[in-house]
Design a protein around this ligand. Structure first.
Ligand code: AMP
Ligand code: MN
Ligand code: MN
Ligand code: MN
Length: 273
């Protein structure tokens, strides 16, 4: 049996593995194909492709776009996107800008709560990656404000918590349109862990969504089943992946959670149609 992983984060966003490490680990765990899908950036795509080819891995250019819906937790994966596409770059530039603005606002809120944190502190952790709350969480752990990153979200950073700030993000419709404009396929990410997203699928279908992520480490059996039913009903491609963030969320899931390579092949078939 051959396997793949279509949802992986690298050091270009909030993962801790470089593209090199991702490809090497994927190879060691006997995966046949991968897609690096960083939050709101395609910065690792090219490097990933070159290294994956060197390791003899099948590779799909990808990304994961944040959208405005469901408290900003509705994410849309894009596959086979042309990473040189101008509209895609325009959208990602707006997202990066909104992420940077938000970090400043979060830092102000933390300051008001008596927690010391500067933009420079966070930039030392991001090291050029698209900045996100996990980087701030890491800083809070580092200075002993919390014991671990989950506590950082629970006490400060999650929606509704005292240092939460919402970021601008495109509507799901716009995200799907931009992915299509860049020649790619749009896939609803982890609909079972984003509250309300399963019910939203028919609307995403109207906007032209192509696939649904059914296989996901934090999906319950019933989530997977519901995603399969929706795929059947709306003729969506089924995908899956580990959502590995390197070591940032405990044990790395890359190679441990894997999906049948057939998923990658079916996705490519749909793209070639
Ligand atoms: P951001 O992209 O800045 O909005 O941050 C969202 C990211 O934070 C997600 O992609 C996850 O990697 C991580 N995350 C979100 N909620 C939690 C949580 N409760 N505990 C740990 N990590 C989280
Ligand atoms: Mn993340
Ligand atoms: Mn996501
Ligand atoms: Mn992800």
């Amino acid at each position: 049996m051959k396997y793949c992983d279509l949802h992986i984060h690298s050091t270009a966003s909030d993962g801790t593995f470089t593209p090199e490490k991702i490809a090497r680990r994927a190879k060691n765990y006997r995966l046949s194909g991968i897609s690096i899908t960083d939050h709101d950036t395609v910065n690792a795509v090219k490097e990933g492709q070159v290294i994956a080819e060197r390791y003899g891995l099948d590779y799909i250019p990808g990304l994961e776009i944040s959208t405005s819906e469901l408290e900003g937790r509705m994410h849309i994966l894009g596959y086979f996107i042309d990473i040189e596409n101008k509209d895609l770059h325009g959208l990602l530039a707006r997202l990066i800008e909104s992420r940077e603005q938000r970090v400043k606002a979060i830092i102000e809120k933390l300051d008001a709560l008596g927690i010391l944190c500067t933009v420079e502190d966070i930039e030392r952790i991001t090291n050029g990656a698209t900045i996100g709350r996990p980087h701030i969480a890491e800083h809070l752990v580092k200075i002993g404000a919390v014991d671990n990153i989950w506590e950082a979200f629970d006490l400060y950073l999650a929606a509704g918590k005292p240092a939460y700030v919402r970021k601008w993000a495109p509507s799901p419709k716009e995200a799907i349109e931009v992915i299509h404009g860049a020649g790619g396929l749009a896939v609803a990410a982890h609909p079972g862990v984003t509250d309300g997203m399963m019910d939203y699928i028919p609307e995403l279908v109207e906007f032209g969504i192509d696939g649904i992520e059914a296989f996901y480490p934090f999906h319950k059996q019933e989530d997977q089943e519901r995603a399969r039913q929706l795929a059947e009903e709306y003729n969506l491609v089924i995908t899956g992946g580990s959502d590995c963030h390197g070591t940032r969320r405990g044990e790395p899931l890359l190679g441990v959670f894997k999906v049948r390579y057939e998923c990658l092949l079916k996705l490519r078939e749909r793209w070639e149609e």
